[in-house]
Design a protein around this ligand. Sequence first.
Ligand code: ZN
Length: 210
Amino acid sequence: MAFDFTEKEKGIQPRTIWCLGRNYAKHAEELGNEVEAKPLVFQKGLNALTPIRSTQPLFPGHGAVHYETEIVALMDRNDQGSFITGIGLGLDLTLRDLQTELKAAGKPWTLAKSFDGAAIVSRFISMNEITSLNQIRFTMTINQEVRQRGDSSQMILPLEKIPVYLEEFTDLQPGDIIFTGTPEGVGVLNSGDEVSLDLAGHHMGTVRFK
Ligand code: ZN
């Protein structure tokens, strides 16, 4: 599928979408989940990946669609190993009613997290524009009202350590994308909502859900 990487990243094709859950204590609490030292890890399929577009359909027919605003890391690799080459902002869209139902039944969440359009990703800004991986602030507004504010300093597993942890299980490759978890403030998206994303002083995009 076509994907709007920036000029710099144009050679990199998206490959695997890793996602962390419960990586911010206050968000884990708001959903009634335990806070653990190691975050939860799951994947979304590439079918879910979509660049920020001016309009995006909401996913109808399966209950509430929740937004989770997350720092997204784009990976690359050289002879020394894998490294973060770009930082973006993403919306991990979740069919919350379905997820709650599946969770209660002890079943996998795949359909609640990996439906088409469930992984919205901005462009990536290069690492020389990031002062410190441990101090990246971001904001998400709906209809100009702030709904989520986060800072990578609040992560339970720090951003720089996330690839190290995943590499206990996989050799990360160019084009691997990591959603790094959401801070508190998740909620329902409604038709007509205009979502605006900002990270580290950069406007990362605006999307209207229809
Ligand atoms: Zn998430």
